[in-house]
Design a binder for this molecule. Sequence first.
Ligand code: CA
Length: 231
Amino acid sequence: MESLGVVLVVEDEVPLAKVVASYLEREGFVVHLAHDGPGAVEQAAALRPDLVVLDLMLPGFDGVEVCRRLRTFTDAYVLMLTARDDETDKVVALSVGADDYIVKPFSPRELIARAKAMLRRPRAAPPSEPRAAITIGALSVDTDARTVSVDGHPVELTRTEFDILAALAERPRSAFTRGQIIESVWGGEWYGDEHVVDVHVGHLRRKLMDDAAEPRFVRTVRGVGYGMGTG
Ligand code: CA
């Protein structure tokens, strides 16, 4: 079977880690395990996984700290496991660069679906025809190079933040529902909650130094979702 990608599962509850690993392996992923914070960072640096399934509560240092450190050297997808349906946990997880989260207890099937949806997302493969960067006011979005700048200054985005921005910028006159943004970024098979879009848009705005009340780039479309442009 062709490998779907390398996954690092970081979970100190060894039986749970093994269950998750066996489901992922059955689907064709190559899986490695880590059981604490320092081990996770070390293994990620050595293995360069495509996806890290990362528990929030870990010995050594926690998943938030692991994610923060991962983001200094990898743009691997990070799917955070949170112990309870707590808004703070989710917001913290996404603010340190996780792409998505899943609340325990979860079904392994759901985790597989999320993992596949992430890894199906388009890689930065060069398109046959180079596309011009999209310019919206002071914002420039280069979808080929996957780079963003504001007033000529480069802005560092996570893959998910970039994909959301690119989806909006490619059709700057359209308003998108959260569902449409999810569809465009994660593909059709997605089970998470739509709130994840708001959190990523919040980080995107902060990095673009955009003000939600007086947006230059990403505007809230009341009763719909988001779009590009002012007001
Ligand atoms: Ca744990």
